[in-house]
Design a protein around this ligand. Structure first.
Ligand code: 6PG
Length: 252
């Protein structure tokens, strides 16, 4: 990989939750102090949910100026927002409805409409907020799948190779379903990216992504290399079990 990841390994899932939540608070405070607002993209899936719940508790939530915070999503399932599969629904229940975040600052992907139209709408919203063609989000949270996918960049799909669009609709054969996803264009423009992975089920793929040959078509998570930003990986000990850690900056 070209961008050297900064590796953080913690003891267990509970530590991962508190470290991730603290990390988000620091990013938010720094962004607001330096640029007057914090723009974050949330990940879906199971790993970040307890992180969002932690962030919603008063001790941490009280440290973020929510009026100056904007929330996007790195990907969405093509379902209505109230559907159990919806990433927006998960984030809303775990965090967004528990904190004083203005409705207008929530920029969800429209999973209920045509995926291509939803992707274009999301792209317009990004460009509109940033008033530029290559928005640099302050923080993008990402998970990884055991097959190496991240956001909804799945192995072998066109979305992984996208070089112009910020957001695309992508049919994923293995799921038999459409997704809307950020492309590497917007991921690579971020000021910081934080990958989260926990549990032994991710150990093999974490090793392949971080220490294996560069094969982004097979392991789309490898494609995320923020050119001018920081690339962080936060793992618990089980997810990090396959790593040699050589060549990686680590704080543990
Ligand atoms: C989604 C995601 C996806 C997720 C990974 C890991 O919509 O499902 O954003 O990329 O982050 O599949 O999911 P888990 O955290 O549940 O393992």
């Amino acid at each position: 990989m070209n961008t050297t990841p900064i590796l953080h390994v913690v003891e267990n899932a509970a530590d991962l939750v508190s470290k991730a939540a603290d990390f988000i608070v620091s990013c938010a405070r720094e962004a607001i102090e330096q640029r007057g607002r914090f723009v974050v993209a949330l990940a879906g899936g199971g790993t970040p949910k307890p992180v969002y719940e932690r962030l919603a508790l008063p001790d941490l939530a009280g440290r973020i100026d929510w009026e100056k915070t904007h929330v996007f999503f790195g990907d969405e399932r093509c379902v209505p927002p109230a559907d159990e599969q919806s990433n927006f629904r998960m984030a809303r229940e775990a965090l967004l409805e528990r904190v004083p975040l203005p409705e207008a600052n929530i920029h969800r992907m429209l999973g209920e409409i045509d995926p291509e139209a939803a992707a274009l709408a999301s792209e317009q919203e990004l460009k509109g907020l940033f008033r530029c063609e290559r928005p640099a989000l302050d923080l993008v949270l990402l998970g990884i799948g055991a097959d190496g996918h991240t956001a909804s960049l799945f192995p072998g799909t066109a979305a992984v190779r996208e070089r112009e669009r910020l957001v695309v609709g992508q049919y994923v054969d293995k799921l038999g379903a459409w997704r809307v996803t950020f492309t590497p264009v917007v991921l690579d423009a971020a000021r910081a990216v934080l990958f989260l992975a926990e549990g032994s089920g991710k150990a093999g793929v974490v090793h392949e992504i971080l220490e294996g040959a560069y094969r982004p078509d097979v392991l789309p998570s490898q494609r995320v290399q923020p050119a001018a930003g920081r690339l962080h990986w936060l793992l618990d000990r089980s997810a990090a079990a396959g790593l040699r850690t050589s060549g990686l900056a680590s704080d543990q």
